[in-house]
Design a protein around this ligand. Structure first.
Ligand SMILES: [Zn+2]
Length: 186
């Protein structure tokens, strides 16, 4: 009896882990739905009911599969079936068990996708609501101005193409050929 349980234990653990994962994903999805108040199209409560029924069926099948594996092990131990038959049936039951696990996984899939969508939407919303400091504090460069000539003597700003200061008549552009003569007293 102990040996029988021991041989089934790895399978029990594997099933348990798979169910725990499925449960965790489902719980996450539900909590997200509640937290973000998202009305998720295509996933009304009626669908949820059906889904949990389907889950119950799968869990029943999983339990039946475990019983089959235990019975098989027992039958081999008491010599009721040949080693050859045991190997064959054991492989069959394990294949069925895998199918059940796959179905459980497929069933969880849409919830996981839905949960990911909700998280993405929530993150996008948070990002949108936040002000962008980089944009607000962008330094404003002064508009490009035409270079102006400032008279070195009276500091009056003259037109860029001016040769003499419009106020004090000081020469603003040095004449290449002539020696400096702009320091004449006014
Ligand atoms: Zn001047």
């Amino acid at each position: 009896m102990d040996a029988m349980i021991a041989s089934a234990l790895p399978w029990l653990i594997a099933f348990g882990a798979a169910l725990a994962l499925a449960g965790a994903v489902f719980a996450l999805w539900q909590s997200l739905r509640t937290a973000f108040g998202a009305a998720t199209p295509g996933a009304p409560d009626a669908t949820m009911e059906l889904t949990s029924d389907a889950r119950a069926t799968l869990i029943d099948r999983k339990n039946a599969m475990l019983r089959n594996l235990k019975d098989l092990e027992f039958e081999r131990q008491v010599g009721k079936i040949s080693e050859q038959d045991f190997v064959k049936l054991d492989a069959l039951y394990r294949q069925k068990a895998r199918e059940v696990l796959e179905q459980l996984d497929v069933e969880v899939g849409p919830w996981r996708t839905e949960a990911e969508k909700l998280v993405k939407a929530a993150v996008a919303k948070v990002k949108k609501d936040q002000p962008k400091p980089a944009e607000a504090e962008e330094p404003k460069l002064p508009p490009e101005r035409a270079p102006q000539l400032k008279c070195p003597k009276c500091e009056v700003v003259n037109d860029p193409d001016a040769t003499f200061c419009k106020k004090c008549a000081t020469r603003l552009i040095e004449e290449p050929a002539a020696p400096a003569s702009e320091e004449k007293p006014a």
